[in-house]
Design a binder for this molecule. Structure first.
Ligand SMILES: Cc1cc2nc3c(=O)[nH]c(=O)nc-3n(C[C@H](O)[C@H](O)[C@H](O)COP(=O)(O)OP(=O)(O)OC[C@H]3O[C@@H](n4cnc5c(N)ncnc54)[C@H](O)[C@@H]3O)c2cc1C
Length: 545
């Protein structure tokens, strides 16, 4: 039987980064992926729509990875293995129905001017909120980069207490619970500013009226100003290849078409996995599962190996709204309408919405099981950052929709489409994609004439590509507060260690949640390679470095 120190189930960003970090520490690692490709929600496909057009079928933008602790440690080896990032000074904007637009730049001065352009006083408000956020950014980012149920989490709590005092800490925590609507409303006078920021809440799995969405808006807005919208030259596959190369160079193995059926538990310890139609693989030190809680507790773990209350809570784990992707190959770059058309044409991600209320309405419709009448369209323009994604003079659009019902579609908020029995048929997918493209055409004058080919992926198509996207939930689990932060994946089993010795849970369903930040893979790799307590205490003695 093959034996490794650590066996990873799945090959998403968290598993790959975790495997690379362990491999660099001398661990023998094996990554087992059920599909034909490594990378999970990183899926770059050349000639996807037409020859010469390279598309990110799923995730596309890498600010989270470029800002991550994993990247900070692995950067040199990743670059040595062919990864190269490119960035832009125009990361995001919102295009409004009257053809006005508002932009978020990578410079504080430019953003102050842009907020001021929309409403006198908002420029100063942006500057103040940025400075206030940055004064405690170590703690805010710390919450997202720390194993909260650990000595590290306790240390973070102590730092918060000593910096703010008891009353100040309560105020900080209370403000962090505010919704995006409340925070933006209290901070900026201009509706355009609210409409610029609110769509970003969708990228955290929340809606603008949800608890904590105000804090998440601030984290993202400041991170985008600081970090822009980087992408790997040639697509996310370059990151997957570079991480895989680090694993292989250290003697590790990465296998595709390896569907893990069971985690083998012996005397309360995870000792390996079984694979459909193949030999089992033995793990001497850790099994690390990059899967959803419903798969982990419902299928992979043998009955009786975790306490009943945990198994039952795992089965109850909730999935969030579904997503949809639409990919367009264009004969020429998009020509946006309005006075800011040139800037919009150079912006990486343009949200098309009527504003905060528009996002709120679409989220609410989706949560009630309806196809939104006016969805927030996330219009990604990868060629603005990496022109090589399309042949010379041509372009692509990466369209994302994050406001679709979780589960069965009950109806259409616009009362136009027949949703049948609520399952995602090809007809329903294409009819809904028609609605989206028609609306986008109101903002891009040549959209129809420039489109050479379109491929749409419904929630069902997304789940077929990656079983972690249950019901098409692109974030592998609702990010509502009771399944977020201290409570992710769920209150009975928070964090990454599990009730089974040697078994760790990583991936978007776990803290710090979805995105390409590789946070859970990093935290688990660090925990596993941390020197034992006596050595750590010795290192702290005077005279030792
Ligand atoms: C459409 C879409 C767009 C997104 N856009 C962005 C973006 O632009 N920027 C960003 O930061 N984030 C984005 N995200 C979110 C981000 O991509 C994901 O949160 C992240 O990639 C999830 O990583 P993961 O480690 O949880 O594993 P995943 O990427 O979910 O991969 C898990 C892998 O495990 C495999 N697997 C599952 N069960 C088994 C088993 N039993 N045996 C073997 N293999 C198994 C699956 O086949 C899959 O390949 C997007 C997500 C989606 C779906």
């Amino acid at each position: 039987m093959a034996r490794f120190d650590a066996v990873f189930i799945g090959s998403g960003i968290n598993a790959l980064a975790g495997a690379a970090l362990l491999a660099q520490e001398g661990w023998s690692v094996c990554v087992l992926e059920r599909s034909e490709r490594l990378g999970g929600a990183i899926r770059t496909v050349a000639d996807y729509t037409l020859p010469g057009f390279t598309h990110e079928v799923l995730s596309s933008w890498h600010p989270l990875f470029q800002g991550s602790a994993a990247y900070a440690e692995l950067a040199e080896d990743l670059h040595g293995n062919g990864l190269e990032y490119v960035n832009t000074e125009l990361p995001t904007a919102t295009a409004f129905p009257d053809h006005g637009a508002m932009f978020l730049h990578t410079s504080l001065e430019a953003n102050v001017a842009e907020f001021e352009r929309q409403h006198p006083g908002d420029g100063l408000a942006w500057q103040r909120q940025f400075e206030t956020f940055m004064a405690s950014a170590d703690l805010s980012f710390g919450v997202l980069g720390t194993e909260l149920w650990s000595a590290g989490g306790l240390g973070l709590g102590r730092s918060l207490l000593s910096r703010f005092g008891r009353r100040g800490l309560l105020g900080f925590a209370g403000r962090a619970l505010a919704s995006c609507r409340d925070w933006t409303g209290q901070t900026f006078a201009s509706d355009r500013a609210h409409g610029l920021l609110a769509p970003w809440v969708l990228h955290t799995g929340l809606g603008p009226d949800d608890a904590v969405s105000g804090f998440m808006t601030q984290v993202i807005a400041c991170a985008v100003q600081l970090g822009g919208m980087p992408v790997p030259v040639g697509g996310g596959v370059k990151l997957v290849e570079a991480l895989s190369a680090i694993v292989r160079e250290a003697g590790g193995e990465l296998r595709t078409a390896a569907d893990v059926e069971r985690i083998v538990v012996s005397q309360g310890k995870a000792v390996g996995v079984t694979i459909a139609g193949d030999e089992p693989v033995h793990a001497t030190r850790a099994v690390i599962a990059g899967v959803t809680p419903t798969q982990l507790y419902g299928h992979l773990l043998p009955c009786g190996d975790v306490p009943d209350d945990i198994a039952r809570a795992g089965a109850r784990f909730r999935y969030g709204r579904a997503g949809m992707q639409i990919h367009l190959a264009l004969n020429e770059p998009p020509r946006w309408k309005g006075p800011d058309a040139d800037l919009l044409a150079r912006t990486a991600i343009v949200h098309v919405t009527s504003g905060l209320d528009g996002v709120s309405r679409a989220v609410n419709e989706a949560e009630r099981g309806l196809l939104p009448a006016e969805a927030t369209i996330v219009a990604g323009q990868p060629c603005t950052v990496d022109p090589g994604r399309a042949p010379n003079g041509k372009s692509i659009l990466w369209l994302q929709l994050q406001e679709l019902p979780a589960g069965r579609v009950k109806g259409d908020a616009a009362a136009e489409l027949d949703v049948g029995d609520g399952t995602w048929t090809d007809e329903l997918r294409e009819a809904y994609a028609d609605r989206i493209v028609t609306r986008l055409g109101e903002s891009i004058e040549n959209l129809d004439s420039a489109t050479l080919k379109r491929i749409a992926l419904s929630p069902a198509d997304l789940e077929a590509l990656n079983c972690n996207l249950v019901g098409g939930d692109i974030y592998a689990g609702s990010c509502a507060l009771d399944q977020n932060l201290l409570w992710r994946p769920f209150a009975e089993a928070p964090g990454h260690a599990t009730a089974v010795e040697g078994l760790f849970h990583i991936g978007a369903s776990t803290h710090p949640g979805p995105g390409l930040g590789a946070g859970s893979g990093y935290l688990v790799a660090k925990r596993l390679t941390r020197p034992p307590l006596p050595r750590r205490m010795l290192a702290k003695l005077p005279g030792r470095s």
